[in-house]
Design a protein around this ligand. Sequence first.
Ligand code: NOJ
Length: 650
Amino acid sequence: MGEFLVLQNYAHESARFAMHRWWEYAKSNNPRSLAKGCSMAGVQKIPGVIKDQPVIITRLALFILFGIGLMGVSSATDGAGPAVGPQNASAPAGTINGYQPKWWKEAIVYQIYPRSFKDSNGDGIGDLQGIISKLDYIQGLGVNVVWLCPHYDSPNADNGYDIRNYRKVMTEFGTMADFDELLKAIKQRHMKLVLDLVVNHTSDEHAWFVESRKSKDSPYRDYYIWRPAKDGQPPNNWTSFFSGSAWKLDPTTGEYYLHLFAEKQPDLNWDNPKVRSEVYDLMKFWLDKGVDGFRMDVIPFISKREGLPDLPPEYMSQPQYFYAMGPHLHEYLQEMDREVLSKYDMMTVGEAFGVTLEQTPSLVDERRSELNMIFNFDAVRLNRNGDEWRDWTLPELKAIYTQQSQALDVHSWNTIFLSNHDNPRVVSAFGNDSPAYRVASAKALATMVLTLKGTPFIYQGDELGMTNYPFTSIDQCDDIAVKNAWQALVVTKKVSPEVFMANVRKVSRDNSRTPMQWDNSPNGGFTTAPKAWLAVNPNFLEINANQELSDPNSVYHYFAQMAALREKTPAFVYGDYTDLDPANPKIFAYTRAIGAEKYLVVLNFSTDAVTYKLPGSIKAGELLISNLGKTTERGDTLHLRGWEARIYKF
Ligand code: NOJ
């Protein structure tokens, strides 16, 4: 075809957007950046193009000029952009398939749990220098945003989600100089850094709480939620997510304080304007250093119900739906936006435990100026009944994604995730972690997560297909949630140890918190200490990064290919989503499309070989990727092997 550049069909994205992205990448000296700039600017390169960079630059200049013309036309026609697909025949200029383009919509986020990522100083605990040493590994995956779980000073009652000092780095993780180095090294690699913002509660060792508990007259008393006893009992029947009452009697003043999580995590009183102002200041402290946003821990809980009424019986098993979405939540988030968020080019993602899908647009609709996106728990908790494992079905999972795509219009954005530090390993929970299918199913899940509609969040180790840990004893566990539940259920003989541990193996948070498996040396290369803070999964001899980096067919390399495919395919970001076969119990087949640019994703969620006739008149065209090797199969009938995943253009 010769050497030339083609404006893709979907290059109706605004010229301003194209220029902005081209410029962002052209500014960098990264050799990958030019190609990246081309594809991100909506310019497709024909194979073999990147031989002669000046030619490309000239062509890009032409494209940019063309774009400027286009921009002029669109504004002259009062915002009516070119036809861009079914959702948005009248979409405003500058949109893609009706969506305002944003870097955080196009990003792939990689979540790091620092305690378990990489230990650099041999104390058995991961740290910031350890992360720095692995940034090339992370960049090699093709992700562009790192979400760092709490790295702040903490007594670690809940592994950093109990913050003692918001402006200090946890000693075990390093120093502020290490943090600055990490941020710089991430930026040098053209990635962004998002921090965890944990402000529903602090540690009970935070200076505010230390003062608050001293006396009822303390200037900090009203920073937290204190109440007297009611008839000699806690002020209400609220329960903690970590077992027992959500109230703790403090002997110094004889009053109770509220803690929705551990006793050492007292809830802040957001109704106090001083608290809100303190939070905005600490957010600015990190944003001014150059971080690119926040993942906001249990943010829908910050506004408590007026009068703190008792939990009604129907909420007892799922109190999150009662604690979330309090009366002032929107007001506080809009204030936060005015005071902080609107002043930075940043992303926000709220951990929206207890928020229903119907409530979601009220938090993320861009016209409301609250959050960019939230984590909806419907998919990740599909395998749960309360805290217990339940067998889920594929039609249930598919229904969730359809509901999400219907509930969120072009003004709202979604997230896609099936794992994190609070949930079991994705391949164990949603795939098949047996030796025969672990690799295939981990790849199939990566195919899905990277092509569903929303910003994908990947948890460390899932790119290797790391699995749940074979826990047999409570002594092997670290998580405060599990330890408290053991006390509440097993010690009181409500549940047998065997049943409890079987559930731990399925759903415990510790499954995902075991250290990263880097190589086949002792402790999986995570630490040089004799013992890691939490035991490394014994399967590190077979499953580890070193092995996967050297194996072109590994989950890691497949993930990187998928990430590259997503990056050059706007339809996987902004395209319409259609589930082709919602009731099929084994096959997940869906399309992503922007106008004539159409992609078909077919995933076999079973170990069975399946002959699959595509619904309607759809025919598989050009195969773009497959997790079980190349196939020439096209047309309307596909022969899929167990856990096979394919993406076609059609
Ligand atoms: C949600 C976090 O993801 C979890 O790890 C933590 O225990 C609770 N919030 C309390 O901060």
